[in-house]
Design a protein around this ligand. Sequence first.
Ligand code: ATP
Ligand code: MG
Length: 286
Amino acid sequence: MEQIIRIAVQKSGRLSEDSLSLIKECGIKFYNGTGKLKSTSTNFPIEFLFLRDDDIPGYVSDGVADLGIVGENEVTEKNKEVLTLKKLGFSKCRLSLAIPKGEEYSGIEYFQGKNIATSYPKILGDFLNLKKIDAAIHEISGSVEIAPSIGLAEGICDIVSSGSTLMMNGLKEVEEIFKSEAVLIANNHLAEWKKVIVDKLLFRMNAVQKGRSSKYVLLNAPNESLEKIISLIPGMRSPTILPLAQPGWSSVHSVLSEDQFWENIEELRAAGAEGILVVPIEKMVI
Ligand code: ATP
Ligand code: MG
């Protein structure tokens, strides 16, 4: 049998698009037709399973899938034995406690003896234990925000990204209890030949991530300020310096993180840099 690994990704939801674009940027081609639950890549030894995100940690710990892309919130909540290989930087959100807008919030003791509705009973339970708060957790699987207005609970614990859903339901966020982003998880007992394929995939993902956070910068500078400019944009090994047709001037090329670029832009200009171009990098192998 051909040796391929399996990766579980969310079928449709807030993780799907970014998960699939990351895989595509790794140069892995596959067909993702509507409603398909399985697909095999045509140019990399990997098969995709399209699942509900809740099921991904379980499938990976059982070994039905070797890898999975899922939110840390689901990984922690499901509490399955899996390895987290890599944070992926998308689907960032937080789990927070919220109460009706009009209530006065005094601190975490507010929740003592109260009822809290959530889809994350484990994460919430651990948090309340840590804070020594005794509250009743009501597990519901969706539309958690309406629980206070229908009298099910005095507070809720749910995913927040902008806070607008809370506001629409007359709630306010009072405690952040967990931060989450998408992660790549793996089965704990992968066969050696599978690890070799996983490493190839990780190598590509790292190159894509590095590329996303780095920029190729080109600028013109008078020769007398080259030393200063090189110290501001040191690059991977060192910048490339090319003479311009105009005597006394050079073109400087370098690679740096976007943050580093913005931090140093004033000093670059003060040192005489001009005609500064910032170009995206597709992939970066260092
Ligand atoms: P499924 O049908 O697969 O069970 P779902 O409704 O449980 O989907 P989604 O709403 O698609 O889940 O969210 C998937 C994951 O994306 C969440 O578990 C969380 O990690 C992250 N997430 C949720 N809400 C947001 C948000 N507003 N912004 C960014 N990331 C989010
Ligand atoms: Mg889900």
